[in-house]
Design a protein. Structure first.
Length: 414
């Protein structure tokens, strides 16, 4: 009996039905129960559990959450929202700006970063324009996942492929294969959301509000932290593109945003007290559970015995999309990369792995860390968030459409 796999299945089911049962558990509590289950059954030792927690990812989230809280509390986030979205004259235009704006930003700031900062922004826009929060949160989730496909620094799995499988000109390679189908996929996302939530959008004029800053000093610190993060991101892009492919750790980007807030913000104690600690607990627990599942060898065995030919793009993308729901996309890429690079896989095949493992996040909530960040962040602010069925209603057809878009694109390329 494979206890970790059984626990993982139980967690998946609990997350899927958490909002239709009488006991409405939050996602972080469900994942924490899963981690405790594998610990208490001896499926993973306490030492191995501690080692399983990815400190780089935890540090990244901590610093970005801190910077995001400062942006929100100071009122500077509302100021940025007005600057970015005031050209949207109606709800249809607002949806367009969200999908393409957040999608393009995620390609350079990483999807988790845009998810962290974007969630309170979506809630604020929904409140100002009297739009239900659900379609805006879904637009953010699908936009940051889809947009991150076209860049080697758009998400962790792309970075892994760029570092271990590609030459130094990773940006040019990703751009050649993935920019056009990603823009088409963002357009598909826009039309899908517009169609399924047509009662929430339309041509009726909306009026943008320019709120005053709540804390001018904290706003100045927030502005400096954003500029610092953008500078480090630009430096990372330049250094990744030069011969040798030196890469600045993604944690440095988040630290550049968060450290100024910690050092110079007058309300640092309040920011730390109201930080999104439940989401940090979720990720720590997820690392423990996923490591336990990984070490059980179950999925590796299924993978080897299935006889699937990973050198065929349709097979590779199908495996990437489906298995990413169970073992997450980064472990999936870590599993596939040695097999592909050892067999002398083509660049196109590696790009198919990047596309498949990333759009897997559009299938179910559990498929991408950015989805969980959005759901947890919204719920921590008192919003009802997004249910499993809300997400799947859009995500299943959208993922099928996007898989077809990338598949056709790869078929047409030499």
């Amino acid at each position: 009996m494979n206890i970790p796999v059984i626990v993982l299945f139980g967690v998946f089911v609990a997350i899927a039905f958490r909002q239709v049962s009488r006991i409405r558990l939050q996602i972080w509590k469900i994942m924490l129960c899963g981690a405790l289950a594998v610990l208490l059954t001896g499926s993973i030792s306490p030492v191995a559990a501690l080692r399983a927690v990815d400190l780089d990812i935890m540090a990244f989230l901590f610093w970005m959450f801190l910077a995001g809280r400062a942006l929100e509390s100071s009122g500077y986030l509302a100021h940025l929202a007005y600057t970015l979205f005031n050209r949207a004259k109606n709800a249809d235009a607002l949806l367009f700006f969200i999908v393409f704006g957040c999608g393009l930003l995620s390609a350079f700031l990483m999807n988790d970063t845009v998810a962290i900062v974007g969630t309170p922004l979506m809630l604020m826009l929904a409140r100002q324009h009297r739009i239900h929060t659900r379609p805006l949160l879904l637009a953010l989730a699908f936009a940051v996942t889809t947009g991150s496909v076209m860049s080697p620094i758009g998400n962790p799995q792309n970075l892994l492929i760029a570092v271990r499988g590609l030459p130094s000109d990773a940006f040019a390679i990703f751009g050649r294969y993935l920019i056009i189908p990603t823009l088409v996929s963002l357009a598909a996302t826009l039309f899908m959301l517009k169609y399924l939530f047509r009662e929430h959008f339309g041509k009726e004029e909306i009026v943008h509000q320019r709120d005053s800053l709540h804390d001018a000093r904290m706003a100045a610190v927030s502005r400096f932290s954003l500029i610092s993060a953008m500078f480090v991101t630009g430096l990372k892009i330049v250094l990744t593109a030069v011969p040798g492919g030196y890469s600045i750790p993604i944690t440095w980007i988040a630290a550049a945003a968060g450290i100024p807030v910690l050092l110079f913000s007058p309300g640092r104690t309040g920011l730390l007290r109201t930080l999104d600690w439940p989401t940090l607990v979720f990720f720590a627990a997820m690392f423990v559970l996923m490591n336990s599942v990984w070490e059980s060898g179950f999925f590796q065995g299924v993978f080897r015995s299935s006889g699937v030919d990973l050198t065929q793009i349709p097979s590779l993308m199908t495996v990437s999309i489906l298995l990413s729901q169970l073992i997450s996309n980064v472990p999936l890429v870590a599993l596939c990369l040695p097999a592909l690079t050892g067999a002398g896989a083509s660049t196109k095949l590696l790009m198919a792995l990047a596309a498949g493992s990333t759009i897997a996040g559009n299938l179910f909530i559990f498929g991408a860390a950015s989805n969980v960040i959005i759901v947890q962040s919204a719920e921590s602010r008192g919003d009802e968030g997004i249910s499993f069925t809300d997400f799947a209603r859009v995500g299943i057809p959208l993922t099928i459409i996007q898989a077809a878009i990338y598949g056709i694109s790869f078929a047409l390329m030499p």
